[in-house]
Design a protein around this ligand. Structure first.
Ligand code: AMP
Length: 395
């Protein structure tokens, strides 16, 4: 990575302002999944080991509309962080006030502080320079460890980085190392697997991966639009009629790299208890039925292609994996990837639904890297630069 990290800068006695991704789920006023908090611990511990004056953390949480909303307060995060860090954490409820800055400056050396939700302040999502100046009062050095927010140019991810020395945290570094290396300089063969609902969301990703990967396996609802492009009736399946021409185009210019499912699970309704059948994708889907998953022959065919891959990148589930009866294809692919990791392949799971699917299948430990950022990893796969990364100091 060509950006400076916390290893390249002296933090002793400094006030370190860290953008973390603590956008955690809250249920009944408590953090219900602390994955994102624990993911930031290596960075926080490494900063603390350098003997800083203070470590001030800021993050967004949820999507509060138009100002402070107790439902999205960072308060529950404070106790959870204390538990995982094993040290007291101070909460700042009104980071916009001068009193808050004075209070933080007066804390004993090495204190960890959490600021209230960055999205409580209207300038955040507009990348407002004035708001960035307010955040900057808490730091001498800025660290961005929020990979999951790096695709957004917001005050706390972009504008603030211009106001002081700005470096990457260890999580940010790890995410970029895995994802960027896999894309720029992959061990080959490299195979990408794309799934999820809509092809229109992922056109740029498909185009970018067609130029980088040796094979691109397509599953999930997005495969339906390709079958439509081949002239099939798709019954009640999710099809984007507006994207059919583009799917035709992609099939023509893919030069055989693009691999579609050979069979599919169809259901008579979108319900876990629906009647289901496995059908060949060379046939039309009967009226009233819809494709909900890839079939067992496709799992085998995909596994055979993946068998000699050295780098595998996966984004998007192979079916409606939220319903256990429609999750077999997604779980089958997850299992194949787990086994291939054991045999030396580098397996990288884009965040979001594919990360959830791997976790749901109990296979998270078996992958080389599971990204903490769905949107950010998709933008990297598209070949885009992330504004939160661009803003950091070059080596
Ligand atoms: P995305 O956000 O584009 O990655 O899409 C993820 C969603 O795609 C999940 O909620 C899946 O349930 C959905 N999905 C996957 N396969 C299908 C399918 N065959 N039909 C409808 N939805 C699907």
């Amino acid at each position: 990575m060509n950006k400076k990290t916390i290893r390249d800068i002296d933090l002793k006695g400094k006030r370190v302002l860290v953008r973390v991704d603590f956008n955690v789920p809250i249920s009944g006023g408590a953090v219900s999944d602390a994955t994102r908090i624990t993911a930031a611990l290596p960075t926080l511990k490494a900063i603390l080991a350098q003997g800083p004056k203070s470590v001030v953390l800021m993050s967004h949480l949820g999507r509060p509309k138009g100002g402070p909303d107790p439902k999205y307060s960072m308060k529950p995060v404070v106790g959870e962080l204390e538990k995982h860090l094993g040290a007291p954490v101070t909460f700042v409820e009104d980071p916009m006030s001068e009193a808050a800055v004075e209070m933080v400056n007066g804390l004993p050396a090495g204190t960890v502080v959490v600021l209230e939700n960055t999205r409580f302040y209207p300038g955040e999502e507009k990348n407002d320079a004035e708001l960035a100046k307010k955040f900057a009062r808490f730091g001498d050095v800025y660290v961005n460890d929020a990979f999951g927010s790096a695709h957004r140019a917001h005050s706390s991810t972009e504008a603030v980085a211009k106001l002081m020395p700005a470096v990457a945290g260890l999580l940010m570094e790890k995410e970029l190392d895995y994802l960027a290396t896999a894309l720029e300089n992959p061990k080959r063969p490299m195979v990408a697997i794309l799934g999820g609902a809509k092809v229109s969301d992922k056109i740029k990703v498909i185009e970018s991966l067609l130029s980088k990967a040796d094979k691109l396996l397509i599953g999930g609802g997005m495969a339906n639009t390709f079958f439509r492009a081949q002239g099939h009736s798709m019954g009640a399946s999710l099809v984007e009629e507006g994207a059919v021409e583009m799917a035709k185009d992609l099939l023509t210019k893919s030069g055989g790299k693009l691999v579609l499912p050979v069979d599919a699970v169809i259901a008579d309704k979108m319900d876990n208890d629906a009647a289901t059948k496995v059908v060949s994708t060379s046939e039309d889907v009967p009226d009233g039925w819809l494709i909900v998953d890839i079939g067992p022959k496709t799992v085998e065919a995909f596994a055979a292609i993946l068998a000699d891959a050295k780098t595998i990148v996966w984004n998007g589930p192979m079916g409606v994996f939220e319903q256990p009866n429609f999750a077999k294809g997604t779980n089958g692919v997850a299992k194949a990837l787990g086994e291939l990791t054991g045999k030396g392949a580098i397996t990288i799971i884009g965040g979001g639904d594919s990360a959830a699917a791997v976790q749901q299948a109990g296979l998270a430990e078996k992958m080389t890297h599971i990204s903490t950022g769905g949107g950010a990893s998709l933008e990297l796969l598209e070949g885009q630069a992330l504004p939160g990364v661009v803003a950091l100091n070059d080596r």
